[in-house]
Design a protein around this ligand. Structure first.
Ligand code: G3P
Ligand code: CA
Length: 259
């Protein structure tokens, strides 16, 4: 597990700079390098299975095409989700053409079985389907995933850009932490998420300020950021006082913060 730090580095879609995002290759690579905080995106197939994929459509990251919501699980299982990947940006991923040609789109259920007791999962409810939260809740309950005792411990928390999804999720999983993804922290946004019992607010890393972090803290909210595109974005989030961030290249980020 990642060494204790006041700033939590969350492997965004897994270690996605060096392996195809949201596949076991990317998740395993994060864990192998000590990053047990992993972010991923969940949405539903046409037959109602929660699957881990970011885009609304299959086209960019799989050999399939069309909306995820229109694809059956059987169709998804026939697709490759790694062959598109052009190679590691850092030095830890596999190299060479089609190095990840055997990757596939995981289901949430498989993920929960595979990393039980080993990962702190930052699960983003990506799509707006009304039944997504209750399906996720049923799986987390079945496999016993709970609120982590600390960021370095195994567990799960929920985030979303869709406020109505957070409302549904809070009702289905009141025992878990919920964070509101947005671009900028405002008084209204703090009141909105605190008003439904949410515990976090997650602004854009490059734009967050100390004043915004303090505002969130006054509302009792935990701040972690997203959208790190550069080292300066990472440093901005850190200096502003955020408690952590998602990042595609957690190892480089860790070295940068230690230097
Ligand atoms: O950490 C949150 C982040 O994942 C949100 O952006 O588009 O990468 O899902 P996106
Ligand atoms: Ca995400």
């Amino acid at each position: 597990m990642q060494s204790a730090t006041l700033f939590t580095l969350i492997a965004h879609r897994g270690f996605s700079s060096d392996a195809p995002e949201n596949t076991y290759d990317a998740f395993d690579l994060a864990v192998e390098h000590g990053f047990n905080n992993i972010e991923t995106d969940v949405q539903l197939t046409s037959d109602g299975t929660p699957v881990l994929i970011h885009d609304e459509t299959l086209d960019r990251t799989t050999t399939g095409s069309g909306p995820v919501a229109a694809a059956s699980l059987a169709y998804l299982n026939s697709l490759d989700a790694g062959i598109w990947f052009e190679g590691p940006a850092e030095t830890v991923g596999r190299k060479g053409p089609a190095a990840y040609g055997d990757s596939f789109v995981p289901t949430l259920e498989e993920f929960l079985q595979r990393y039980e007791g080993n990962v702190n999962l930052h699960l983003e409810l990506k799509s707006g389907e009304p039944e997504l939260a209750e399906k996720v809740a049923a799986l987390l309950d079945e496999y016993g995933w709970k609120r982590p005792a600390s960021p370095s411990e195994p567990g799960v928390s929920i985030s979303s850009f869709h406020f109505e999804q957070l409302e549904r999720s809070r009702e289905a999983m009141p025992h878990l932490d919920h964070g509101y993804l947005l671009r900028e922290i405002t008084v209204q946004a703090c009141e909105r998420i605190a008003g439904i019992g949410g515990t976090g607010i997650y602004p854009l890393a490059g734009d967050v300020t100390t004043e915004q972090v303090e505002l969130a803290q006054e509302h009792g909210l935990w701040v972690r950021t997203w959208g790190v595109r550069s080292e300066s974005d990472l440093l901005n989030a850190h200096v502003a006082g955020a408690a952590g961030t998602t990042v595609d290249w957690p190892l480089r980020a860790q070295k940068l913060l230690e230097s």
